[in-house]
Design a protein around this ligand. Structure first.
Ligand code: GCW
Length: 594
């Protein structure tokens, strides 16, 4: 209540507004709130944390020029998380907005004001849990849950608590080994005892810790498979140690063989999580939440939803999204994500998990996200996590108005840039859901066969006739992991959504799409048009010169210029690649490099 009052008074003063606001506690409520108005005053009624959310909502509504009146609202997801991939040396894995604002020189070293601003930034859009260290727990981050770093970690928890934000810690599964036990085998009584003691210690420092996040047996991280134990057995000692303290265990399902032989055409990487986890249905403790990436591969530009969301009905699940633009333009190219989330929500319907998490796009750049317009993704994520069914256009309008003020024509331009950005990016990137045509390691820019002969399980298998992996019932059978109706839709090339055609099917270059175009002509057309549209984004922005604060204008213009050259590079490389394999020229005779 005091926090809500304090935030309101500083916020309204900053907005140069003076509104008579009453705050009323609603007993037994927690995060929900409503805003009521009479002629004399505005009342925020809400639960313990709800009044704070109500205070931010009110300020946003006033700042955007909307009526403050808001009917009772409660979050659709109780855990609305942000996962940072920050390393303790200050770097950020897949970070595109500078370095960490939590860590430096292997310590929690930060500007306290920035952490407070961060707390406000997150709370204002309803995010209530953060994990600040990388899921790849590089040394010495494992020690964050030990005496060595707990006093430092506690300070961060204390700073964020008033904003209704709790900490999660990404932990190293092999930590008991580091502590001299010689094993991290989950069935070992010493290991179980060790986790109990360790967790008790953590809760002495941070009594409201949300819990732990674990990446196990994934991309060279240690895990229970090292001891021939399955993941339900593996999760147990940590879950049971956390349980008496009210903690949860977020257990990531990003598990697959990353040392596959490319000659092996039977193993199909996207099938792995379903194969590994579904036999374990009913075996996870009730405070374990399986954290599943939105797609079965890995945050590609276009993927179907992970089939695991439809399975394991009695197991807790969280969906993991990626705000940091690893494969979606690295905060150089514009990519507004809510249309993607809306599609996921539509496809999953009631199978949408109750818990939600997203990999952070924040860093220590002065504008937080590197690309100024990438802030819209964080804003929209908060709204999406709270309401689930949010209209991408409404989020874009809100954000634009709050960020750039009331100028309608300027807002219209920015909103339409945001709303078209994903389609544009996709049209010059990897075609038709094929995935993985990126430069290896840094994942920016085209390299069609960059991963073709590697162990990562990400193959296109192009030859002179056809491209793609057949995942239908007559191919790898991946499609059978989906519920019947969806499986039937994906299985037939005629009914498969066009954007996913090459995710599910292996097709000949001269295959005729429902549009009447051949596959290869579609690739050419979409790449030529995508590069043109990227140029159009730049032109649209340039029309705003003088209407936007100079710093933001320059920041975005410079990035859009880089986007244009990236788009041209993608266009030429992908078109050339398809031309060289297929030998089929562009019907319109445009330039393709032979
Ligand atoms: O997409 C991959 C990234 C890794 C990341 C991994 C994961 C944190 O390239 O950098 O590691 O996903 O999600 O664990």
């Amino acid at each position: 209540m005091e926090m809500a009052r304090a935030e309101l008074s500083t916020g309204l003063a900053a907005l140069d507004m003076d509104a008579p606001v009453l705050i009323q506690a609603v007993p037994d409520a927690d995060e929900g709130y409503e805003i009521l108005t009479t002629n004399e005053n505005i009342t925020i009624r809400g639960g313990k944390r709800g009044v704070l959310y109500g205070a931010y909502a009110l300020m946003m509504r006033l700042a955007a020029g909307f009526s403050p009146e808001t009917p009772w609202t409660e979050p659709a997801c109780p855990l609305r998380m942000l996962n940072h991939w920050d390393n303790m040396d200050g770097s950020i894995e897949r970070g595109y907005a500078g370095g960490s604002f939590f860590f430096r020189d292997h310590h929690l070293k930060y500007d306290e004001q920035r952490i407070l601003q961060y707390g406000r930034l997150l709370a204002s859009v309803g995010i209530n849990v953060v994990s600040i260290n990388n899921v790849n727990v590089h040394s010495p981050a494992g020690l964050l849950i030990t005496q060595t770093y707990l006093p430092e970690l506690k300070q961060v928890a204390d700073l964020l608590r008033p904003f209704g934000i709790r900490l999660l810690v990404a932990v190293d599964y092999a930590l008991p080994v580091t502590y001299g036990l010689g094993t991290a085998d989950p069935v070992s009584p010493q290991v179980q005892e060790w986790w109990k003691r360790q967790v008790s210690l953590v809760y002495q420092y941070i009594p409201d810790l949300c819990g732990f996040l674990v990446k196990a047996d994934s991309e060279f991280r240690p895990g229970p498979h090292m001891y021939q134990r399955n993941h339900a057995e593996g999760a147990q000692p940590l879950a049971r140690a956390l349980k008496p303290h009210g903690g949860v265990l977020l257990w990531r399902c990003f598990v697959y063989n990353c040392k596959q032989d490319w000659r092996d055409a039977k193993t199909d990487r996207p099938m792995a999580p379903y194969e590994i986890y579904t036999p374990l249905e009913g075996q996870f403790d009730d405070n374990v939440i399986l954290q599943i990436k939105n797609g079965p591969y890995d945050f590609q530009v276009r993927e179907p939803v992970s089939p695991l969301f439809f399975a394991m009905p009695t197991t807790n699940k969280a969906i993991e999204l990626q705000l940091t633009q690893e494969y979606t333009g690295q905060q150089i190219d514009l990519f507004y994500m809510p249309p993607q989330w809306q599609e996921i929500q539509k496809t999953l319907g009631e199978n949408m998990p109750k818990y939600i998490s997203a990999v952070s796009n924040l860093g220590d750049d002065p504008n937080w996200t590197g690309h100024d317009l990438a802030q819209a993704n964080l804003f929209a994520y908060g709204l999406f996590a709270w309401h689930r069914n949010v209209d991408p256009a409404v989020c874009a309008q809100w954000w634009t108005r709050l960020t750039f003020g009331p100028d309608a024509s300027c807002n219209q331009t920015i909103v339409s840039m945001l709303l078209s950005s994903r389609e544009i990016y996709e049209s010059y990137n990897t075609p038709l859901g094929l995935c993985w045509m990126v430069n290896p390691n840094n994942h920016y820019g085209p390299s069609p066969e960059g991963y073709e002969y590697s162990g990562w399980g990400t193959y296109l298998r192009a030859n002179r006739d056809a491209i793609g992996v057949d995942r239908t019932t007559s191919g790898t059978g991946f499609i059978l992991q989906y519920p019947e109706k969806l499986a039937a839709q994906y299985n037939r090339v005629e009914t498969c959504p066009e954007q996913l055609l090459l995710f599910f099917h292996r097709l000949r270059y001269n295959y005729r799409l429902p549009s009447g175009k051949t596959l290869v002509q579609h690739v050419y057309d979409s790449h030529f048009s995508g590069a043109e549209q990227a140029k159009a984004l730049l032109c649209a922005w340039q029309m705003l010169k003088g209407k936007i604060p100079q710093e933001t204008y320059t920041n975005v213009e410079e990035r859009l210029m880089r986007q244009v050259s990236n788009a041209c590079e993608w266009r030429d490389v992908i078109n050339t690649y398809f031309f060289r394999y297929s030998g089929i020229p562009d019907e319109h005779g445009r330039v393709i490099y032979p």
